[in-house]
Write a protein that binds this ligand. Sequence first.
Ligand SMILES: Nc1nc2c(c(=O)[nH]1)N[C@H]1C(S)=C(S)[C@@H](COP(=O)(O)O)O[C@H]1N2
Ligand SMILES: [Mo]
Length: 411
Amino acid sequence: MAENGPLHHAITRRRLLGAAGVGTLALTAPSWAQTTINLPLPGGPGTRPITTDFPQKGQMILQRTRPPLLETPFEVFDKSVFTPNDQFYVRWHWAVIPTDIDIGKFSLRVRGHVNQTLSLSLNDIVHGLPSVQLAAVNQCSGNSRGFFQPRVPGGEWANGAMGNALWMGVRLKDVLDKAGVKPGAVQVRLTGLDEPVVAEAPHFMKALDIDHARDGEVMIAYAMNGEQLPLVNGFPLRLVVPGWYATYWVKMLNDIEVLNVPDTNYWTKVAYTIPDTPHASIKPGETDVKMVPINRMVPRSFVTNIASGHSVKAAAPTTLRGIAFGGDCGVASVEYSVDHGQNWRQTQLGKDEGKYGFRQWQTQFTLPSPGKYSLLTRCTNNNGVAQPDTPNWNPAGFMRNVVESVEVIAV
Ligand SMILES: Nc1nc2c(c(=O)[nH]1)N[C@H]1C(S)=C(S)[C@@H](COP(=O)(O)O)O[C@H]1N2
Ligand SMILES: [Mo]
């Protein structure tokens, strides 16, 4: 992880500390929708409104209003390897989310199995600790859930519940060291400012093992792509857990508790668990499966410049372009196939912005004669793990990473 240059630093600190309020969060149903989009979901109606009603957000696919679930329109991923903040997807579990935060009064508590309880102001964090930055993909465990067959309940996302940003902040390790972790600590539990609608419901919180929390990569971010975090993406502070699913990336982080016993709260213990099987996959209806907390991400790749249903010229070279990520390590290769996976060809990888981020790739392909074709892409990561050619299935709709296909017609 690189220390920031002084310029980047100055810009971000001025912006961050100059921000007084952050506007109002739309918590009511939008009065009108500008347009709609049709997501190609196999299990049912794919029509969703496009909304611009959320503060600091541009055009987003409205999956749900309260709490907000906003999906990134897929064409955004063709424009840049970094997903712009105003079109970065949004997901919350509970609807009581502060609509503005007084950064003068905000504090981050560090407590529990530590030598000294801390209450850190934003100033203490931004000016008092070394800053670090890192590109990383934030992907919801349920990204692409809408493609599961048979269908499973939950947010029926297409492929836009993911994004890549350059995160800037401080190491969680440095914050923990400041408090002094006592011997015998096993986990660190992280909580944000959002609250359930009914008091007896479990507050959203997640725990990481102490060694993971202190690995020097897990970060408390105060900026994203050189700007403060949008409110709905966790202003003023969020956890960044490189290579791990976004459920761990606690937003509006204000409480860090060091535990000397494993966390048993609902969100760590019960929710967000996956079958302990290859690809977290089971047969629909299968029961008595050992479940484990979801953890590291797996490789994925997507075509971004051609959508299914498009036509391309036969017997002429066409540009094929997209993004890939390795999951918990970098991208080793992205291959494509136009003959249902009989032959695979290498694409050219773009600039490496960091092993946890998106990697752009590009190639030219030629379809021999008119007709229907499937364009397949497959990412292999630096651990030698490749995308599988059959889809996984589990009842929560987690961890889809099958080789995706784009259906085109050569004319
Ligand atoms: N405080 C808080 N943090 C949270 C959540 C939440 O409900 N509350 N949801 C998590 C989940 S499941 C996801 S997918 C990511 C989404 O991050 P984003 O909205 O910035 O894209 O936030 C994570 N952090
Ligand atoms: Mo998520």
